[in-house]
Structures are given as C-alpha cells and as structure tokens.
Design a binder for this molecule. Structure first.
Ligand code: PEP
Length: 252
C-alpha cells in the first residue's frame, strides 16, 4: 500500500502573512501523524515563507502550477527549477481550474509533467470529467484521454515519483462529492491504465488521490476504498479544524 497523501490546495487565498499564520495554527495537529504525508500548496508568493514553517515540521511544500521551461523570456511564469530551489516536493498540474479558465490542454499539461519529473518534482496530475461528460457516459473516455496526454512516453523508476488526482469537475467547490463506490470505480480504471503503460509493479505504488468537496464527514468512507490513496482538498483545507479532521481520517 502506498503511503497516503493529503494535499491542501489553497488556490488564490491568503496573503503571505495570513498563509504563515494559518500553517502555524495547523501545525500542532499535522505533525503528530507520522504514517501519512501532508503537503500544503499556498499561492506562489507564499511558497517561500510557508515552506520554512513546513520544513521544520517535516511536512511537504507543493506548488499549484508551473511552466515547463527551466528559464527564459516567459513573462509572469514560474519554472520547475525555481520551485525546487524553494523546497517544493510536489506540483499540481492540469487542475480543472487551469484547464477551464486558462485554456490549458492535454498537450501543455503533458509538457509540464515531463518537465517536473526531469527537475525532480513530483507532479500531481489532475484528471476528471465535467457533469455533462458524466451524464453522456464519457467519464472513462475523458479520463483516458487526459491520462495519455498527461504522461505520454514517461518512464518511471518508482511509482512514488507520480501522483494522479481524480477530481470530477462537478464536485470541485460545489459541496457535491462522488460516492466512494463511484470514485473507486474511476480510481480502479486509472490504476488499470497505469498498469498497462508502466507495468503492474510501478502502478501499485502510484498514489491516486481523490479531490472534490472532501470534508470531515466524507473522508473516512472515501479513504476506505482500495484505490483511493489520499485526497486533494480545496475549501476544507483553509479551515484548521476541518483539515485537521481530514488528515486524521479513520480515527475518532
Ligand atoms: C481542489 O481545489 O482541487 C478541490 C478539490 O477543491 P474543493 O475541495 O473545494 O472541492
């Protein structure tokens, strides 16, 4: 069983000082759980300051996006080299908000995944269907397309170098969650795809995490599913009590 991974995606919330205050408030609850990995993805501007606090506590820093080039004339972009330098371990790529509002396609996401791996970052590749796609029975087709686009020609030594986040778009920030069984069905499908491309041994080690309105009251049932190895948490990760309960999934 891979080590469970819980990732807080703070999106475009919190100034630098607010982000530091929030992570400091969360620390007492987070550092007492040695058997899971916890990562926090604050906005770019807060990576450095939040990273200092996380590092001292043995927790991981994650970025919410990056460009694929190492450096160059790309005004406004952030490179994987810069993220490594700040101490990032993970980078979220292809989040549905990037695909929806910033026009990111599978090709761009794939280039980013390649580049992240090359620079020693662990990409968290987000995939997920819209409500319309689900209703038209296209869920598996969409997931397969996004998976192939996201990591074509990738060779991995170990599954720990890659994380897939299954995030049904209709469940993100809406309060609607996939049932654990429906989520497991897609996670199982993703595991199968990974097995076909990378071999069963590697695929078993890859964390496939679920995202989409994960809350204290649904995390236990989701995490009890065989192929759900963690959670990508948006809204609930901005609340100390909620996030603390989520990382303590399965306990009373
Ligand atoms: C997300 O940001 O990836 C997410 C799943 O958000 P929320 O938990 O708010 O649905």
């Amino acid at each position: 069983m891979p080590t469970p991974l819980i990732v807080a995606n703070w999106k475009m919330h919190k100034t630098v000082s607010e982000a530091v205050d929030l992570v400091q408030e969360m620390l007492p609850d987070l550092r007492v759980i040695p058997e899971i990995q916890v990562a926090v993805a604050p906005p770019f501007v807060a990576l450095s300051a939040v990273g200092v606090v996380l590092r001292e506590a043995g927790l991981f820093l994650a970025a919410q996006n990056m460009f694929w080039e190492q450096e160059g004339a790309y005004t406004g972009e952030i490179s994987p080299v810069m993220l490594r330098d700040l101490g990032c371990r993970f980078v979220i790529l292809g989040h549905s908000e990037r695909r929806q509002y910033f026009g990111e396609g599978d090709g761009e996401v794939g280039r980013k995944v390649h580049s992240a791996l090359q620079e020693g970052l662990v990409p968290i590749l987000c995939v997920g269907e819209t409500l319309g796609e689900r209703e038209y029975g296209k869920t598996f087709e969409v997931i397969e397309r996004q998976m192939r686009g996201g990591f074509e020609d990738i060779v991995l030594d170990s599954g720990e170098e890659l994380v897939i986040a299954y995030e049904p778009v209709w469940a993100i920030g809406t309060g609607k969650t996939s049932s654990p069984e429906a989520a497991q069905e897609v996670h199982g499908f993703i595991r199968g795809l990974l097995g076909n491309v990378l071999g069963e041994k590697v695929s078993e080690k890859i964390r496939i995490i679920y995202g989409g309105s994960v809350k204290p009251d649904n995390v236990d049932a989701l995490m009890a599913m065989k192929d759900i190895n963690g959670a990508l948490v948006g809204g609930a990760s901005l609340d100390v009590d909620s996030f603390s309960r989520i990382v303590n999934f399965g306990r009373d």
